[in-house]
Design a protein around this ligand. Structure first.
Ligand code: ECB
Length: 134
């Protein structure tokens, strides 16, 4: 029985988001705005089906996927690069590999106590985000 990520989560820390955005080629002005944001995630988990809605005052991003099924991701409103994404379980961690132009791109979600953790990876940069239940 896998863990349940469902719920509404508020960002409380965001380590090296700047490095991650720079690796994605996000321009200076956009990075300055994006760094100030405190995004919220609404996650719905129904068996193998997930939706992760990341919202903020600046931009929103919606992702839907099925575990083990590769899909085309457009990263619209983020870096807008398309990639082939695949999400799988590694024990209680949710791992996404985003294959495309950028090397080593992907993310990992896991729960620690009452907190939701997210590691965002691109090239040699790692951003670490922590969310608390709203
Ligand atoms: C959508 C809120 C953040 C908007 C930032 C706006 C501009 C910066 C452009 C690109 C930066 C790259 C990523 C932004 C960080 C978070 C958005 C979602 C990251 C993600 O892949 O989350 C996964 C795992 O929860 C689900 O899509």
């Amino acid at each position: 029985m896998p863990v349940d990520f469902s719920g509404t989560w508020n960002l409380v820390s965001n380590d090296n988001f700047e490095g991650y955005m720079t690796a994605l080629g996000i321009d200076f002005a956009t990075r300055k705005i994006a760094k100030m944001l405190k995004p919220q995630k609404v996650i719905k988990q129904d068996g193998d089906l997930f939706s992760i809605h990341t919202t903020s005052t600046f931009r929103d991003y919606m992702l839907q996927f099925k575990i083990g099924e590769e899909f085309e991701e457009d990263n619209k409103g983020l870096d807008n690069r398309k990639c082939k994404s695949l999400v799988t379980w590694d024990n209680d961690k949710l791992i996404c590999v985003q294959a495309g132009e950028k090397k080593n791109r992907g993310w990992t979600h896991w729960l620690e106590g009452d907190d939701l953790h997210l590691e965002l990876r691109c090239e040699n940069q790692v951003c670490k985000q922590v969310f608390k239940k709203a």
